[in-house]
Write a protein that binds this ligand. Structure first.
Ligand code: NAD
Length: 333
């Protein structure tokens, strides 16, 4: 198959080519494009059977129509989320959509823990101080995670890994999920309602998908329901948090700290070197002004193991589509 790969970084090319040699028998032909996929760039995929897209590529109806008209009948998402794909339009245009449902839940859960530990023990600030020869401890005070209550919202693959790590720290873990993982039955955790979870937790970590139901799950109202001074961690999707409401809660001290790997307007910021540009996003700029906010640029998935798994599963998805117009990782409405 001829596949147009969008939002390509050098590491995507390396891992996809290696997987093509191993899993694809070298039979697929990739064209690598740096731009994000959207209506403006969809024409790059002319005469390609498939496109391979990433988290911030936009596959709305208009984009899918352009792709369909120029011969594309398959979208291979090289990520788990598919919130930017118009699945109804894809179905109407007979375009198959597959994703990589799991590649390394450990990578994302471990990054959530990294954000939590770095915020609590003020590692970025401590590191800067030591490099400047300042060994004073005032301002670096943290707390023991042991014995604290951790609220986990979403207990799928990543949430479950996060739960297990937090249990290892000696935390009390409470979970909220409308469809909780059966694996929780084996673990020493409590399943409770969202409001109870927010009221009881010293730390809240989000691991549910973004959907119309979960958009701005963290709002003025839910931030108000949290324990004063609690920490909030989001490695899931930026749209889960109303960023302006989080800023107000940080200003008032209602929110004790915020660790995010995702941001609701990240599409025009993340994955590029913008160090020579003027930051025009005032909301993001305000977030960066807080000492108790830690932001990483959607890197939670970024481990060697995860990239190998993403590439291998993407190649399997392409093989299955080529062989049977089907596949175990197809997504439907
Ligand atoms: P998953 O599908 O295995 O689990 C999601 C869980 O959320 C399910 O158990 C589901 O029942 C639950 N859920 C659905 N609606 C909910 C709600 N309203 N409240 C609470 N729980 C709800 O997904 P996963 O593999 O664990 O991934 C979780 C999310 O992590 C993905 O949707 C994706 O957005 C994000 N993610 C981020 C990165 C990153 O690099 N930052 C990488 C991979 C995935």
């Amino acid at each position: 198959m001829k596949i147009a790969v969008f939002s390509t970084k050098p590491y995507d090319q390396r891992f996809l080519e290696a997987a093509n040699a191993q899993v694809g028998g070298g039979k697929h032909q990739f064209s690598f494009f740096e731009p994000r996929l959207g209506a403006q760039t969809a024409n790059l995929a002319q005469n390609h059977d498939a496109v391979c897209a990433f988290v911030n590529d936009v596959l709305d109806r208009e984009t899918l129509q352009i792709l369909s008209a120029s011969g594309t009948n398959f979208v291979a998402m090289r990520c788990a989320g598919f919130d930017k794909v118009d699945l109804r339009a894809a179905r109407e245009l007979n375009i198959g959509v597959a994703r990589v449902p799991a590649y390394s839940p450990y990578a994302v859960a471990e990054h959530a823990v990294a954000l939590l530990l770095a915020l609590n023990r003020k590692i970025p600030r401590a590191n800067s101080r030591v490099r400047e020869g300042n060994f004073a401890l005032e301002g670096l005070l943290g707390f023991d995670l042991h014995g604290k209550t951790v609220g986990v919202v979403g207990t799928g693959k990543i949430g479950l890994c996060f739960v297990k790590i937090m249990l290892g720290f000696g935390c009390r873990v409470v979970c909220y999920d409308p469809f909780p993982s059966p694996a929780l039955d084996e673990l020493d955790v409590e399943l409770i309602g969202l409001n109870e979870l927010l009221a009881q937790s010293d730390i809240v970590s989000l691991h549910c998908p973004l959907s119309p139901d979960t958009h701005h799950l963290i709002s003025n109202q839910t931030l108000g329901a949290m324990k004063r001074g609690a920490f909030l961690i989001n490695t899931s999707r930026g749209g889960l948090i109303d960023t302006r409401a989080a800023i107000d809660a940080l200003k008032s001290g209602q929110l004790g700290a915020l660790g995010i790997d995702v941001y609701e307007d990240e599409a025009n910021l993340f994955f590029e070197d913008r160090s020579q540009e003027i930051l025009t996003d005032d909301v993001f700029g305000r977030l960066l002004s807080f000492q108790n906010v830690l932001v990483t640029g959607h890197q939670a998935f970024f481990t060697r193991e995860a990239l190998e798994n993403i590439a291998t599963t993407t190649l399997r998805n392409l093989n299955e589509w080529e062989e049977s117009r089907g596949g175990s990782n197809l997504v439907t409405e």
